[in-house]
Design a protein around this ligand. Sequence first.
Ligand SMILES: Nc1nc2c(c(=O)[nH]1)N[C@H]1C(S)=C(S)[C@@H](COP(=O)(O)O)O[C@H]1N2
Ligand SMILES: [Mo]
Length: 251
Amino acid sequence: MSDRRSFLRMAGMGAVGVLLAGCDRISQSGLGARVLGSAEGLNRRVQALLSPSSAMAKEYSEADISPVFHPNGTTMPDTPAYQALMANQFRDYQLQVDGLVNRPAKLSIDDLKKLDDRTQITRHDCVEGWSAIGKWRGTQLSAVLDHVGVSEQAKFVVFHCFDEMDVDTPYYESVDILEARHPQTLLAFALNDQPLPIPNGAPLRLRLGRQLGYKQAKYISRIELVSSFKDIGDGNGGYWEDQGYEWYAGI
Ligand SMILES: Nc1nc2c(c(=O)[nH]1)N[C@H]1C(S)=C(S)[C@@H](COP(=O)(O)O)O[C@H]1N2
Ligand SMILES: [Mo]
């Protein structure tokens, strides 16, 4: 009896361990993702009942800003393309926007600032169980979408990142057009009044007000408008989604 109980306890702890390690590379087993997946499925149904898709995430005051914004996942992409940009303080960086758009574009950080420049203080929640409040400055993604003109067939916005989680497996994420056009969806280039630090995704990262940490793609190289993400990665809409996480990660 007691053996069985301690076994169950250990098994339970194992699952929690995998869950907590979720965003780090050590969790490749898929177990944590499945446990998490069912919790998130429930979360999504509750969320759908409670909050319309237009709901705003809470915005905080300067006094609420976390003293340290803990970096997680990749903290220094080692790909040659990224290293080359970094060597020149990202001055040559251009965000590529293409796919199902009328006018594909390459936009520097200055170009983005001219399209839209705003600041918001919101909370980031990681599935590992930590949160941090940060002051983000960036460009509304909807301003970028208006600039390039989105084709009618486009359903999703895919964020391609510079960092590779495995050989030839770049980090990526995606959201639907509604989430992309939410007023709090930003392409952020500054955190807490400083240019975005490298560990937090320099020079440009996604900030969604209402979804979990792994959706907040760092080190964005390219934004692609698509009608389906089945041909990207393993076809589930994101690196962690390909490991079993829910695509919709509402908070
Ligand atoms: N490109 C890229 N984006 C990423 C990750 C990553 O490893 N690579 N990790 C995700 C996870 S799990 C979290 S919690 C947040 C962490 O953001 P931070 O480093 O600014 O805390 O970035 C997300 N975006
Ligand atoms: Mo995370």
